[in-house]
Design a protein around this ligand. Sequence first.
Ligand code: NDP
Length: 313
Amino acid sequence: MVLKSKVLIIGGTGYLGKRLVKASLEQGHETYVLRRPEIGVDIEKIQLLLSFKKQGARLVTGSFNDHRSLVEALKQVDVVICAVSGVHFRSHQILLQLKLVDAIKEAGNIKRFLPSEFGTDPARMADALEPGRVSFDDKMVVRKAIEDAGIPFTYVSANCFAGYFVGGLCQPGHILPSKESVLLLEDGNKKSIFVDEDDIAAYTIRTIDDPRTCNKTVYIRPSENILSQREVVELWEKLIGKQLEKSSLSDQDFLNIVKGQGYAEQVGLTHYYHVFYEGCLANFEIGDDAEEACALYPDIKYTKVEDYLKQYL
Ligand code: NDP
């Protein structure tokens, strides 16, 4: 029997992080969750952490402002998964992970590090637009530090979180589907890839003890969830038994709208541009130097977009 790694999850109270904690426990890993003193009297976070403890997780105190505390936390585990924030309109702390890399180097016992990635593969985004490219650039800075330090890694490229993209029928600024109308980005025909966040967590945890994923990028590409915006809309129309009124926005008009927005919105909108006007998620084949999660773990029954949409009925 292969011994399951002990896992430390950092950013465990976050949108993705809490799902990683759940998946790690469900898959039988001894699971540690970082409790940062900075969360202070944030009662929601405290309650969530306590609920993890009830489910069997161990809480370990540590701060990005206290190198020793990070090293001590790391010494208790084999694998670290970091899910610190990376969405500008919420919070963006990707570069904080450089401190974590330093602590991993010092601890010296970490067999695998999964940094906070979980989106578009930043290595493919060297030509991304300003200002959204900051998300990719920062993730590449962290990758370089990891690789320079010789830390074994797995980078999870999770494509579009379903909650953000399916819920809003791929329209920026929407996370609930309308029963009346939809704005198509260009002709709505560029293929994208949508993944339920719980599935992202389940696939991610499966990679950590898998030698096939060591020092690799793992893309999550559920074949039935490789869909265009128009196809997502059609699935919704089938569910509600009605056609939506459709309008469309050209790429130039979209980019003009972006210019008039605040910084955080511009970052998010330029990401939409690459996904829905350029098709950056699905317009390439996965090479021999990377892996695809659904092929590696076919026993995980992922949620199809059609089923994901049913919750909005
Ligand atoms: P959240 O915004 O939910 O934040 C995650 C956690 O980051 C927080 O719960 C907190 O952890 C930690 N954090 C926040 N601020 C600080 C700080 N100042 N110092 C230290 N820790 C802090 O993150 P998400 O779950 O939205 O994002 C996780 C990853 O997923 C990111 O890399 C992001 O880019 C990616 N993503 C991808 C999407 C996609 O569609 N592909 C969509 C959204 C995100 P705690 O308090 O528990 O310590």
